[in-house]
Design a protein around this ligand. Structure first.
Ligand code: F6P
Length: 321
């Protein structure tokens, strides 16, 4: 291979830039030219690209977001979109592609591999909802962002003796909420993986008040099926002792400088992606399992759902005493 492409797709995640840098420089180390596509699959379909030298990716390793920009591309789901993407690659003489993104992006990578484009994917999504890898890029930074925000909320919550309902991102996956439950010392973490009712929440917060606590946190995953406003109404009607307040952390969870963990993971996965691609592998994702980076077939990744252990909910409750 002499020319390869790289793109970032789906929701941005801290560590994407670090991975782009690793891909470009690992390829340069093997005398391979890298072409960067802008705005994810949209740039691939419509031919917006630029050659990236080792110098072009200088001073981005520590930056959140993605220098290539990203998009959620509906056109890539269609056969005609995929054919146009393949045409761009052929026209530009690009022989292999590295896709950095979340579950929808990995499905796109799998489809391109099906069109005979050698493709390797790197998992990047703060949700940690991708099967086959212990961690995706951005998860650790997002969790640290949540911890920092909740630590600040603790100051005001304890000063006013309030209960805070804190909504975290994650789409249909409760990973961030469940891990935040343990690492932020919440009363309860409410996630799609563990059936929890507003009554359960009221009982937990009320019991905390009875035990003499000065404040209480409940972390609610956005995909848990419970609206934080409705929970707050229920807590007020039920009279749980604390006044309650709501904080929806939102897109702040997607921003910020990648953590040390994300920088290392992105660098390792970027190098591995190039080694795999140049070694003849295709239709695979770089995955972190048992501390090692290994290839896993995209056919499996895209067909299976990641499970998050509800054990973390139990840990949160146990340690909330
Ligand atoms: O997949 C990452 C994520 O941040 C989810 O946690 C969230 O549900 C979604 O993207 C938000 O998407 P958008 O930025 O398009 O509103």
């Amino acid at each position: 291979m002499q020319r390869i492409g790289v793109l970032t797709s789906g929701g941005d995640a801290p560590g994407m830039n670090t991975a782009v840098r690793a891909v470009v420089r690992a390829a340069a180390g093997r005398d391979v030219i890298t072409v960067g596509f802008e705005d994810g699959y949209d740039g691939l379909i419509h031919g917006r690209h630029t050659t990236l030298t080792a110098r072009d990716v200088g001073a981005i390793l520590h930056q959140g977001g993605t220098m290539l920009r990203t998009a959620r591309c509906e056109e890539m789901r269609t056969e005609s979109g995929q054919k146009r993407a393949v045409r761009t690659l052929r026209q530009e003489g690009i022989e292999g592609l590295v896709v950095i993104g979340g579950d929808g992006s990995l499905r796109g990578a799998h489809l391109l591999a099906g069109h005979e484009v050698p493709t390797v994917a790197i998992p990047a999504s703060i949700d940690n909802d991708i099967w086959g890898t212990d961690m995706s890029l951005g998860v650790d930074t997002a969790l640290n962002t949540i911890i920092e925000a909740v630590d600040k909320l603790r100051d005001t919550a304890s000063s006013h003796q309030r209960a805070f309902l804190i909504e975290t991102m994650g789409r249909n996956c409760g990973y961030l909420a469940l891990m935040a439950g343990v690492t932020c010392g919440a009363e309860l973490a409410v996630a799609p993986e563990a059936a929890t009712t507003v009554e359960d929440i009221a009982a937990a917060v009320s019991a905390a008040y009875e035990r003499g606590k000065y404040y209480s946190f409940v972390i609610v995953a956005e995909g848990a099926g419970l609206d934080v406003h409705e929970i707050a109404d229920h807590l007020r009607d039920r009279g749980i002792g604390f006044e309650s307040r709501i904080t929806i952390l939102g897109h702040v969870q997607r921003g910020g400088r990648p953590s040390a963990f994300d920088r290392l993971l992105a660098s390792r996965m970027g190098i591995a992606a190039i080694e795999l691609l140049l070694g003849g592998s295709t239709d695979v994702m770089t995955a972190l399992t048992a501390s090692k980076i290994r290839p896993v077939p995209l056919a499996e990744v895209t067909a299976r759902a990641r499970e998050v252990s509800v054990e973390y909910q139990h840990m949160t409750e146990l340690l909330a005493r």
